[in-house]
Design a protein around this ligand. Structure first.
Ligand code: ZN
Length: 700
């Protein structure tokens, strides 16, 4: 009887193989370095692959549970971490497509996948038999003689089950599932609504006079954008950053700046189907309900439990201290901008749609510096080669372009990353410019995480960085703003973190670290980008090839802290807004605009500065993983400023021993150790806040 049953199963399995023969997710990837076979993947492959991936992982978990051997680390905790290989393969491609190569069809599929994955995750984390085995192992943890990495995986696994409701009584778990389902769909819709509003808005200009003030390259790009929509002779501006930001910085026409900035601020907050107000209410309500079920007073208490900061009070004190330092500086800046308005004969008060424009004017007057002049030295390939060189000087890595490696979109390029001794480290994709199928912002992600398989095979990572930088236009190459240049370094830092990962278990690989630690490797690299000695090494004029002059560097450095009051206040306002949404102890439905106003009033915020991210398009906290976590960027600012200081103190920005330590103690270790412990073993002490304050000019 048993035998027959096995035979039938085999038949069924073969039958399902036969019908799915064409689906590339079901076979080993026959591609260089085992990258996904993008050229073979069609949208119709996703759902069957997700379904089969779920089935396979369910079978793997059933095998863990029914294993007659007593639960131990390997047969339970490690086995679970290694499970779901097919699902990881299809999910990594699908989610990367959804961010950087989306379409109506992908978005519709995403709506289907989200609840499917949510219930699959819940089936795992709310599985009592599985949790019971994990708990058994956890209760013996002190006697198991585990390595540091194994102990960490056990701790993380156990905590993750508890945080996902495994210890709740059955009837509460049912409600928990419902909440997760709804959250998964809402967070997805939130992002789709923002993208829809961005793509819907078009500022058409047909009177050349309205282009006054805009640099030639920006005008050319707008003309090309118009022509691409069949409107030769007009100019088109959009809410994609490389279009809206220069417009707000340079356009003389104040009414159009206002129109543009209002549209930017109103993303997700218009009188249409893309309005995110209801979704925000529901997200805040459900997150609170879920946190309370787990015994926390607020969502932030829940979220901060496994972060470096540890608790709400630490974060709020930290943010308020910085706010107190930054706000007076921003007020001084506003006075200066108002003076510029008055001196030009303007009879109006500085508004938020004026800030970037007048800041640029004051900057030019004070430091004789404009973005257009600087960006001539940051041609995108030049910057990229500069990053390669710096990473080479620090860690010996080499980058070789591989046109033979399949890419998911013609704009993306593939690179092989090699160690100093020529051995293979991983694959890096780069995809630099905006398009309608890509969400805004810049990010790093992966198609395959580093790990050592149960058979002892070392699996190399496949990493991607996706940006929305200024594109080439006409015969001018892509010239990056200073900000874009440093963002490139930032994302590259994340990529290095993913690439250098040297752990055993996939669940702890690369960037699988606490949210408020993950920005350290990215932000630390920005310090090299901004250093005069390093700028001279790569910043070359795109036409003449001349190295950036000392004189221009001096002006850049002199102006480095210019407008930092604004930048810090704009950022902190969003970080405080995030904390306010997530420290509610009781939910009452609210009007999002009124909620923002209350936050502005509470912190005595200035009308002339709007949130860096307003609620209805604040994707970090409502559709990304930064809820009660937006503070992380400035928290990591403390770490990165202090970490860079370690190099500065040696008198050598490429100090080999310091670089080696940063690699072995932090970059290679993924999430295998406590974050502060990793930091201390690199630095020899805890970080101090002073380097950050100095760096931002926030000490007077
Ligand atoms: Zn980052």
């Amino acid at each position: 009887m048993k035998k027959l049953f096995g035979f039938i199963l085999t038949l069924v399995f073969m039958a399902s193989c036969a019908t799915t023969d064409e689906n590339p997710f079901f076979s080993d990837y026959d591609t260089p370095f085992g990258v996904p076979p993008f050229h073979l993947i069609e949208n119709s492959h996703f759902i069957p692959a997700f379904e089969e991936g779920v089935r396979q992982q369910e079978a793997e978990i059933a095998a863990i549970i029914t294993n007659p051997a007593l639960p131990d680390f390997d047969n339970t905790v490690a086995a679970l971490d290694y499970s779901g290989d097919l699902l990881n393969r299809v999910a990594s491609v699908f989610y990367n497509y959804n961010s950087s190569n989306t379409s109506d069809e992908i978005q519709a599929l995403a709506q289907e996948v989200a609840p499917m994955m949510s219930s699959h995750r819940d089936n795992i984390s709310l599985n009592p038999a599985l949790f019971s085995r994990i708990q058994t192992v956890y209760n013996q943890k002190d006697e198991l003689d585990l390595t540091e990495e194994q102990a960490m995986l056990l701790e993380e696994t156990y905590q993750s089950f508890v945080r996902n409701g495994a210890a709740l009584p059955a009837e509460q778990q049912e409600r928990f599932r419902e909440i997760n389902q709804e959250l998964s769909v809402l967070t997805l819709r939130f992002g789709q609504n923002v993208l829809a509003d961005v793509n819907d808005f078009k500022l058409w200009i047909d009177d050349e006079a309205d282009l006054a003030g805009l640099p030639g390259s920006v005008v050319d790009a707008a003309a090309e954008a118009a022509a691409a929509e069949g409107q030769e002779g007009k100019w088109l501006f959009t809410l994609h950053n490389p279009s809206v930001m220069p417009f707000l910085t340079y356009a003389d026409n104040r009414d159009l700046r206002e129109k543009m900035n209002r549209a930017y601020v109103l993303r997700g907050n218009n009188d249409n189907d893309n309005n995110n107000q209801e979704i925000i209410n529901r997200l805040v309500e459900l997150r609170l309900e879920r946190s309370k079920m787990l015994g926390f007073d607020t969502y932030a208490d829940f979220a901060l439990q496994n972060r470096m900061a540890g608790n709400v009070e630490t974060v709020e004190t930290f943010l308020k201290d910085l706010w107190t330092a930054a706000l007076p500086i921003a007020r001084d800046e506003a006075v200066e901008l108002q003076k510029m308005i008055t001196s030009e004969g303007g009879d109006f008060e500085l508004a938020y749609w004026d800030w970037r424009y007048y800041a640029e004017k004051v900057r030019k007057a004070k430091y004789d510096l404009d973005e257009g002049e600087i960006s001539q030295y940051f041609e995108i390939n030049n910057v990229r080669d500069g990053i390669f060189m710096i990473v080479n000087k620090l860690w010996g890595l080499e980058f070789v372009e591989r046109p033979d490696v399949p890419v998911y979109h013609p704009d993306a390029t593939a690179w092989e990353v090699l160690e100093a001794d020529g051995s293979h480290l991983g694959i890096l994709y780069m995809d630099m410019h905006p398009r309608a199928s890509k969400r805004g912002g810049a990010w790093m992600s992966s198609y395959r995480r580093q790990q050592v398989t149960q058979d002892g095979e070392f699996v190399h990572p496949i990493i991607t960085i996706v940006c929305n930088f200024t594109a080439p236009s006409g015969n001018q190459p892509a010239l990056l703003t200073f900000d874009e240049m440093t963002t490139f370094f930032h994302e590259f830092g994340h990529a290095i973190h993913g690439l250098m990962s040297d752990v055993i278990y996939p669940g702890l690989a690369g960037t699988s670290v606490p949210r408020d630690f993950v920005e350290l490797p990215s932000q630390v690299l920005e310090n090299w980008a901004k250093h005069p000695d390093v700028l001279k090494m790569f910043a070359k004029h795109y036409e003449t090839g001349e190295t950036i002059t000392d004189e221009l560097i001096d002006r850049i450095m002199a102006s480095a802290n210019f407008n930092q009051g604004f930048a810090t206040v704009e950022f902190l306002a969003s970080a405080l807004l995030d904390m306010d949404y997530h420290t509610k102890t009781v939910f009452e439905s609210f009007d999002v605009n009124e909620f923002e106003t209350r936050v502005q009033n509470r912190y005595d915020m200035m009308d002339e500065i709007y949130f860096r991210h307003g609620s209805t398009h604040f994707q970090h906290i409502f559709s990304g993983g930064y809820s009660a976590g937006y503070y992380s960027y400035i928290w990591a600012g403390v770490l990165d400023a202090d970490a860079f200081e370690a190099f500065v103190e040696t008198g050598d920005l490429f100090h080999q021993e310091t670089a080696r330590k940063f690699r072995t103690e932090i970059l290679e270790r993924g999430g295998t150790r406590d974050a502060m412990e990793m930091y201390k073993s690199f630095r020899g002490k805890e970080p101090g806040i002073e380097p950050l304050l100095r760096q931002r000019g926030l000490v007077r």
